[in-house]
Each structure stands twice: as C-alpha cells, then as structure tokens.
Design a binder for this molecule. Sequence first.
Ligand SMILES: [Zn+2]
Length: 75
Amino acid sequence: MSELEILERFLRTDPRDVGCDEAVAVLHVYVDLIAASQDAAERYPGVVAHLAACGPCNDDFAGLLAAVTSERSQT
Ligand SMILES: [Zn+2]
C-alpha cells in the first residue's frame, strides 16, 4: 500500500459514506423522514455518515430541514 492510499483511507474514515451525488439525490426524502419523526438514520446510514463528513451537504440538509419544518408549522 502506498503512502497516498494510506492517507486516503485515513481521510475516508467512514466506509458507509455514500458521497455527495447519492446524498443529494435522497436528501429531500431523508429530510421528510426526519420531519415526520421516522427512522431516517436507520434507513439512510450512508447519508448520516456523509452529512457528518461533508460541510456543504450538511448546510444543504440544514437549509432543507428548516424549510420543511417551518412550512409545516405555518399550517
Ligand atoms: Zn457532500
């Protein structure tokens, strides 16, 4: 194993991390589940891992969640 591979492994600490594309693709579903108090983390462990590791996606998630929850409280 090269030093670069060791470094990459170290940086990608969570093997469940699905990556940006997949996280963004299911983010609205994930947010809906959280807003509905469903087992979002259990259903999408890869998304949880990704949001913990990726600042930009976590920002998107926070924005979506705020939008969904404020929409529901305005009814
Ligand atoms: Zn990301």
